[in-house]
Design a protein around this ligand. Structure first.
Ligand code: PEP
Ligand code: MN
Length: 263
C-alpha cells in the first residue's frame, strides 16, 4: 500500500489548514517535552510569528532511564491543545500505547510513533484503525524496508494518512548522537508515495549543524523538517543539549528561507 508502484502520485496529507507532502514544505518545531503552559506557549508564539505551522511536544516520553522525567502525561496533552487552539497551530505528540489513543485523539492532530516503538505492532495496528494522521519515526536500528513494512501495518488497517521521518540511526560514530541517513530521503521517496520528513535534532544531537543538515534534507527531497526548540534549553527536562532557544530558532528559520530550498 505504501509502494510507489501502486500509487505514483505523492500523497498529500491535509491536517486542518496544513498540507504535508507534495510540493510544499513543513517545519515541525517545539520542545522535546511539554513542561508547562508558559514553556509551550513561548515556543508556539515564536512559531506562529515565524510562519511555522506544526507544534511538537512530548507528553508521554520514552526515556532510556526510568529515573528520568517521563513527561506530564495527560496534563501535557491538555496544555498542548489549550496553547495550540489559542495560537492557531497544528499539533503532534507521541503516543506509546494503544490504550492512549482514545484520550489523545481529542487533544492532538497528529500521532507520533517514536523510534523505539516503530515495531510495536499492536500500536501500529491500533493507530491503523483510526483516522488520525500518523508520523512514524524510523527505529534507530531499523532498515528502510522495516520502516516501510511498519508503515504498511498502519495503512493495512485503513488509515491512509501516514508520514515517515528519518531521525538518525545507530552507527559507530560518536560525534553525533545518531547518524543522519540522508540517503533514506530519496530512497523512501522513490519506494513510497508517503510524505518524508527529517528530524535534525535527534539525528545529530547537536545544535551547530542543524541548519546544514536541514538544508541537506530539503536538497535531497524531504517534505519537512523537525527541530526541537525550548525557551531555556539548559533547564530542559529532556534533551537539554540538543534543543535550540527561540533566538536560535528564528536564525534557523531564516537560514532555511534564505537557502531557497524551503517553500
Ligand atoms: C521525540 O521526537 O520526542 C523522540 C523521542 O524522538 P525519537 O523517537 O526519534 O527518539
Ligand atoms: Mn527529544
Amino acid at each position: 500500500l505504501a509502494s510507489r508502484i501502486r500509487h505514483s502520485e505523492d500523497t498529500v496529507i491535509r491536517v486542518k489548514d496544513v498540507e504535508v507532502g507534495g510540493s510544499s514544505h513543513v517545519l515541525v518545531a517545539g520542545p522535546c517535552s511539554i513542561e508547562s503552559r508558559e514553556q509551550l506557549y513561548a515556543v508556539a508564539d515564536a512559531l506562529k510569528k515565524s510562519g511555522a505551522t506544526i507544534l511538537r511536544g512530548g507528553a508521554f516520553k520514552p526515556r532510556t532511564s526510568p529515573y528520568d522525567f517521563q513527561g506530564l502525561g495527560h496534563e501535557g496533552l491538555r496544555i498542548m491543545k489549550d496553547v495550540a487552539d489559542e495560537v492557531g497551530l497544528v499539533t503532534i505528540s507521541e503516543i506509546m500505547s494503544p490504550t492512549l489513543i482514545e484520550a489523545a485523539a481529542d487533544y492532538v492532530d497528529i500521532f507520533q510513533i517514536g523510534a523505539r516503538n516503530m515495531q510495536n505492532f499492536d500500536l501500529l495496528k491500533a493507530v491503523g484503525e483510526t483516522k488520525v494522521p500518523v508520523l512514524l519515526k524510523r527505529g534507530p536500528s531499523a532498515t528502510l524496508e522495516e520502516l516501510i513494512l511498519a508503515a504498511e501495518y498502519i495503512l493495512k488497517g485503513g488509515n491512509d494518512r501516514v508520514m515517515l521521518i528519518e531521525r538518525g540511526i545507530r552507527t559507530f560514530e560518536t560525534w553525533t548522537r545518531n547518524t543522519l541517513d540522508i540517503s533514506a530521503v530519496p530512497i523512501l521517496k522513490q519506494e513510497t508515495h508517503l510524505p518524508v520528513l527529517v528530524d535534525v535534532s535527534h539525528s545529530t544531537g547537536r545544535k551547530d549543524i542543524l541548519l546544514s543538515c536541514a538544508k541537506a534534507a530539503l536538497a535531497a527531497g524531504a517534505h519537512g523538517i523537525m527541530v526541537e526548540v525550548h525557551p531555556n534549553p539548559p533547564a530542559a527536562l529532556s534533551d537539554a543539549k540538543q534543543q535550540i532557544d527561540i533566538e536560535e530558532f528564528h536564525a534557523f528559520w531564516k537560514g532555511l528561507l534564505d537557502s531557497g530550498l524551503y517553500h
